[in-house]
Design a protein around this ligand. Structure first.
Ligand code: SF4
Length: 689
């Protein structure tokens, strides 16, 4: 009733703006958000939040929210009923499956939606359609880190918790900008550094806030992280600083690994990376002298052709120095989206069933087949990069995409747009009419996190519950309800009444979630997987051995994959990433007045040296051109960047300044993650000012 609507309510939620996983109470009256109030019971953040978590929520009441299904008619859409939209989707997806087979359909899931919704999306693809063609946006970011860790220590997630990062003797941040992208986590490091004598080393192309604070900051040449990492490890072994008993007891492959390090001498590393030899020695000493080393990394490492190999090299360095399976140490790939960890954990990947059980594993597949009452495809499916190419080859005819903005965030936008416009049938489910939705045949209005129940898993593998703050706006619906409706249109008979039932099903099928239940997650309670049947969780991994059958870690041989040099005219390296005020490409945070007024549009950072050379000042207008496209953008002159390095933030409200018009088709050789960071451009001055 109207009376009840107007009552002041307080509801716990989990932040949707990054992988740190802050939780807090939202105070509301009707549809108005009165305040966001942190709660000391919040396991990750306690009483802290950042600007996005505190002020970023007005997008839920934006006029631009989708509130009705839309169906394409010619070049535009008309508003349709759910009945009409679902009938059309059921009929079209059914027809494509009938005519071309299940593998002619592809499914893109979302790192913004809940674990339960991801679980249902992969169940729809596998059990109802019969394809493993399912992927999520970890393909754009942390798949290489997962690969490097799986091959070495056996689990793709963070080795410990944010407390372990805060209690490490030395934190090394490589190719990550946590002060802007993971603010509350960065605050923990800042505090430990200032008050507890924690040492901080930053290796990055860009002098961001954490670099300014670091005890040692070095700028390697682009794409050379593998070389300095391997050289440090070699130097540490040559000095006999490695942890012999740890290696003997817990690690296999040492001799072969040492052989692979032969060429990574300090001289070689200095020549390739541009980091001076004395600095390399200082870095090795800092690692040797530290009581516990935690390495944090993100897209600067992973979005390269050698991203997986470099992630493996990070894990190798930590193994050689005994920095796993102890508090205050380990590998910490920083997850970007609020639920990118959970999207992978719950099986929206072409080769993994929920809980990292391979689709090729007969026994695992059998278990799911029995539970779901249907045979399942045994061959791994296509990842999102393969799907795009398969569309252009006529092999993939239909796609169902939830909460992902491929047309904007994937590399080489012009190629993506071409592929998406070739689909026979394309369903997009989102909160807003995204760039990608403009290519759709049907657009379904979804409800954001504040309008539904479910769980998210943060970068620490921590599962937390979110509670419904608002009713869904207009006719929008929670994603899990929409997926269920589509599955049922295609002949399934799903009858989930609440996300807790979906979690119970996942827990019964995936041993790493065995003890996960909504009761155990009540309020501010949380669980870090693996969770034993009795509810015991695992904040710190590997204390009972590494996640391989013999309990031992493996060292992966050093194998640097050098970046491919650009054609000569593309003389500038274009780095790219996030800004504090915006979440990724900005399609939610742009709708927040407060955030948008702070940083209304993108800009390119130019070094003082380059600015002087080309006659540029703040506000000059330039055209950047790569082999794949061009953008027009204003200049900001700053010593955050150096020499011939540019930095273009990825959020953009202008079609003409989107970084992915410039990025190319290269991908990580092991995981197909696009090599966003291997982008070179030339710059033309349009208006010096
Ligand atoms: Fe949200 Fe991340 Fe900020 Fe925490 S640090 S409030 S999870 S955006």
């Amino acid at each position: 009733s109207a009376m009840r609507e107007q009552r002041i309510r307080k509801t716990k939620t989990v932040c949707t703006f990054c992988g740190v996983g802050c939780s807090f109470d939202v105070w509301t009256k009707g549809r108005e958000i009165l305040k966001v109030e942190p709660n000391e019971d919040a396991p990750v953040n306690g009483v802290s939040t950042c600007v996005k978590g505190k002020f970023g929520w007005d997008f839920v009441n934006s006029e631009e929210r989708l509130t009705k299904p839309l169906i394409r008619r010619g070049d535009s859409f008309y508003e349709a009923s759910w009945e009409e939209a679902l009938d059309l989707i059921g009929r079209k997806l059914g027809e494509i499956k009938e005519t071309y087979g299940a593998d002619a359909l592809g499914f893109i899931s979302s790192s913004k939606v809940t674990n339960e919704e991801n679980y249902l999306m992969q169940k729809l693809a596998r059990a109802v359609i019969g394809t493993n063609n399912i992927d999520n946006c970890s393909r754009y970011c942390q798949s290489p880190a997962t690969d490097g860790l799986m091959r070495t220590v056996g689990i793709g997630g963070d080795a410990g918790t944010i407390k372990d990062i805060a209690s490490a003797g030395l934190v090394i941040i490589v190719g990550a900008n946590p002060a802007e992208a993971h603010p509350v986590l960065a605050t923990r490091v800042k505090r430990a550094h200032k008050l507890n004598g924690q040492k901080l080393m930053v290796v990055d192309l860009r002098k961001h806030e954490m670099a300014e604070r670091a005890d040692l900051f070095v700028r390697p040449n682009p794409g050379t992280d593998h070389v300095w990492l391997s050289a440090l490890t070699k130097y540490i072994i040559d000095q006999q600083w490695h942890d012999v008993s740890f290696l003997n007891d817990k690690v296999v492959g040492f001799d072969e690994y040492v052989k692979s390090l032969e060429r990574y001498t300090l001289d070689y590393a200095e020549q390739v990376t541009g980091i001076r030899k004395d600095q390399l020695i200082d870095m090795a000493k800092m690692i040797h002298e530290a009581d516990g080393v935690a390495v944090l990394w993100a897209m600067g490492v992973t979005q390269q052709r050698g991203g997986s190999e470099t992630s493996g090299a990070i894990s190798d360095l930590l193994l050689v120095t005994g920095n796993f399976a102890r508090p205050g140490a380990g590998a910490f790939p920083l997850r970007g989206h609020n639920n990118v960890q959970g999207a992978c954990d719950f099986g929206t990947l072409p080769n993994w069933l929920p809980g990292y059980q391979l689709v090729t594993n007969e026994a695992a597949r059998k278990k799911f087949e029995e539970a779901w009452g249907t045979p399942l495809p045994a061959e791994p499916g296509m990842d999102n990069q393969f799907m795009l190419n398969a569309i252009l080859e006529g092999k993939l005819r239909g796609m169902y995409l939830m909460g992902e903005d491929m047309a904007w965030v994937d590399t080489n936008s012009n190629h993506v747009h071409e592929a998406l416009s070739h689909l026979d049938f394309f369903v997009v489910q989102d909160v807003f009419l995204s760039k990608t939705a403009q290519f759709a045949d049907v657009v379904l209005p979804a409800s954001p996190s504040l309008e539904k129940e479910g769980t998210f898993s943060n970068t620490e593998r921590r599962i937390q519950r979110l509670y419904q703050v608002f009713e869904p706006l207009g006719e929008s619906k929670p994603d899990w309800q929409i997926i269920m409706a589509i599955a049922n249109r295609l002949g399934a008979n799903w009858n989930y009444q609440h996300p807790s039932e979906i979690m119970a099903e996942a827990a019964s099928l995936a041993p790493i979630f065995a003890g996960v239940s909504y009761d155990r997650l009540e309020g501010y309670n949380s669980l870090l997987w693996p969770v034993a049947p009795d509810g015991t969780d695992t904040p710190l991994l590997y204390t009972n051995g590494f996640a391989h059958p013999d309990g031992k870690a493996r060292l992966v041989p050093a194998n640097w994959i050098p970046p491919v040099p650009p054609a000569k005219q593309y003389d500038l390296h274009l780095n790219n990433g996030r800004l504090l005020e915006h979440f990724h490409e900005g399609n939610m945070t742009d709708k927040s007045e407060g955030l948008r007024s702070k940083v209304p549009d993108t800009f390119v950072e130019v070094s003082p040296e380059l600015a002087q050379q080309r006659g540029l000042v703040d506000g000059s207008l330039v055209r950047l051109e790569s082999p794949y496209g061009q953008v027009k953008v204003n200049v900001v002159v700053t010593d955050r960047v150096h020499g011939n390095e540019l930095y273009l933030p990825m959020n953009s409200t202008s079609e003409f300044a989107a970084v992915n018009l410039l990025t190319g088709p290269a991908t990580d050789v092991r995981t197909d993650t696009p090599a966003y960071k291997e982008t070179y451009v030339r710059m033309e001055v349009l208006k010096a000012k």
